[in-house]
Design a protein around this ligand. Structure first.
Ligand code: SAJ
Length: 411
């Protein structure tokens, strides 16, 4: 089957390459530079195994900037919140659907993978496709949201169970013929339910992280260590408290709950959870200020990716943390073993630490578990550590002469 995949980003590119194992795939992206990079094999997405997969399938994988006739069209364009309004920005989905409508033929399949507000498939995308002159049913349509976690994208795309919401049985059959790379179970439902399920999943995680963050702040007041308490609570067979941190980042968990909250009236808990998670940056800055005292002082931020062991900085809590620290008058330096470009240029560890007054671990990269507190203390003007992710062994750092504060540890 010939497949066109629209949007060659963090999800679209790996998905297109996986399709190319069994199908003849054309990746379509409006950005000519991105298309050129991919054509050269300089992939703009870094995920374990992706370069090897590209090498394996490149004979069956072409890239271009224009829609082409195909048996299946898969839309994986981004659906961010517009910065100025916080309203879901569906322009990329609309324009990809318009491009597909121009080349759509009877019996072609169209799949929307992008996460969208409920009702977008049948309310927005299908009507655009019908501007081709074909009615839904004359073409097949399904929503098939991905569930892969960055850092494990390929493995999870293959292994995770998948939900397919189709407009009719023929569309479901066509989608099953397309997703041959999925080894997990495929569960069939209608389009609106598939849209809702995807949003439920990420909202569930956001609300549960908010609960973990609230527990962390309570523990600080109660003189308890939330990390020990969490381990004990999680011994209960039906309890799974998540990890607290400096806030929730990434393009999914911070955004998807708002797709739900803006669409329906009964969103109190979801919106409150967002507020709790967003308030963690302020809480973390107050902890840093307590440790550092008044400026002038130098604060070294360790980790700016939105989570550990990835290079992705989308909606990272590290950015508001850095900006607020700068606004408070601190000189802020940044180190990240995975990130090359950031609003404040990342420096090698030694440069970022030399003469600094305080380290703040904002991202739980594995590398930070191995830091040597004694060596770092020798380089720093004052030995202070704020660990917002409970990454380090705080006893070793105390022994090395550090004043240590761990988010959620009130002991
Ligand atoms: N975080 C915490 N505490 C935790 C877990 C995460 O503070 O216990 C933070 C992380 O540090 C990060 C943010 O939450 O800043 C989000 O990270 P994540 O690992 O929870 O999720 P994402 O955004 O990388 O990927 C999520 C996943 N969704 C769920 O687990 C329900 C993934 O499966 C989805 O495919 C992805 O969103 C998506 O594309 O929608």
């Amino acid at each position: 089957m010939k497949v066109c995949v629209y949007g060659l980003g963090h999800i679209g590119l790996p998905t297109a390459l996986l399709f190319a194992q069994d199908h003849d795939v054309v990746g379509v992206d409006i950005d000519p530079d991105r298309v050129e990079r991919i054509r050269r094999g300089d992939l703009p997405v870094s995920e374990p195994g992706i370069d090897e997969l590209y090498a394996e399938v490149r004979e069956d994988f072409a890239v271009t900037t224009e829609a082409e006739p195909a048996d299946a069209h898969v839309l994986v364009t981004p659906t961010p919140l517009e910065a100025a309004t916080d309203v879901p920005d569906l322009r990329a989905v609309r324009s990809a659907a318009e491009s597909v409508a121009d080349v759509l033929r009877r019996d072609d399949l169209v799949v929307l993978e992008s996460t969208v507000p409920p009702g977008t498939g049948e309310g927005l995308v299908v009507p655009i496709l019908e501007s081709s002159g074909l009615d839904a049913g004359e073409f097949a349509y399904a929503h098939c949201p991905e569930r892969a976690i960055p850092g494990r994208t390929l493995v999870e795309m293959i292994d995770n169970h998948r939900v397919v919401g189709a407009i009719d049985d023929a569309s479901l059959d066509r989608a099953l013929e397309l997703y041959t790379f999925v080894e997990g179970e495929v569960h069939a439902t209608d389009v609106a339910s598939a849209e809702f399920v995807k949003l439920m999943e990420n909202t569930h995680r956001d609300v549960n992280i908010a609960l973990a963050n609230e527990f962390a702040r309570m523990a600080e007041e109660l003189g308890v260590d939330v990390h020990d308490a969490r381990e004990l609570a999680n011994e209960h067979p039906r309890v799974d408290v998540l990890r607290p941190g400096p806030g929730v980042g990434g393009h999914c968990i911070t955004v998807d709950p708002q797709f739900l909250a803006q669409r329906v009236g009964s969103d109190r808990l979801i919106s409150l959870a967002r507020d709790v998670n967003e308030s963690m940056v302020g809480h973390t800055i107050r902890s840093a200020t307590d440790l550092l005292g008044d400026p002038p002082a130098t604060l070294t931020v360790l980790g700016v990716a939105y989570k550990g062991d990835v290079a992705d900085t989308r909606r990272t809590p590290a950015l508001p943390f850095v900006r607020r620290a700068q606004n408070a008058g601190y000189d802020v330096r940044v180190h990240d073993p995975h990130v090359e470009e950031f609003e404040v240029d990342p420096e090698p560890l030694a440069d970022a630490v030399d003469g600094s007054d305080c380290l703040a671990i904002v991202t739980d990269h594995s590398e930070y578990e191995e830091l040597d507190p004694e060596a770092l203390a020798e380089r720093m003007a004052r030995s202070r550590l704020l660990d917002t992710r409970a990454v380090v062994d705080d006893e070793a750092w105390l022994d090395a002469g550090f004043a240590v504060r761990v988010l959620g540890d009130g002991t």
